[in-house]
Design a protein around this ligand. Structure first.
Ligand SMILES: O=S(=O)([O-])[S-]
Length: 103
């Protein structure tokens, strides 16, 4: 049975990223991404998803980030359904990440 994705907060996302190579996929629009993003994140449109789904090793942790943590869950589910072992959706999205950075 496919693993489900997990929702994580900013602190937990930082923990995952600190463990090593993690694919952080930011699914926001390019302008928002250009204004600020999680260091090392890749900006992915819906059209880019096939590439990431097929070119990313299934054992690499994937964190999906959107604006507020809603649409990222749909993307995270796709990765989980495709057999990725560790898939996360960032709760609160980039808004929460940026707020934590400012704190
Ligand atoms: O607004 S959103 O969190 O669904 S991208």
């Amino acid at each position: 049975m496919a693993q489900d994705f997990r929702r994580i907060d900013v602190a937990a996302a930082r923990d995952v990223m600190s463990r090593g190579e993690t694919l952080v996929l930011d699914v926001r629009d390019p302008q928002s991404f250009a204004r600020g993003h999680i260091e090392g994140a890749e900006n992915a449109s819906q059209d880019d998803m096939t590439y990431y789904l097929f070119e990313t090793p299934k054992n690499k942790p994937v964190i999906v980030c959107c604006y507020h943590g809603n649409s990222s869950q749909s993307y995270a589910r796709i990765f989980a359904d495709m057999g990725f072992a560790e898939v996360y959706s960032l709760d609160g999205g980039y808004d929460a990440w940026a707020a934590a950075e400012r704190a």
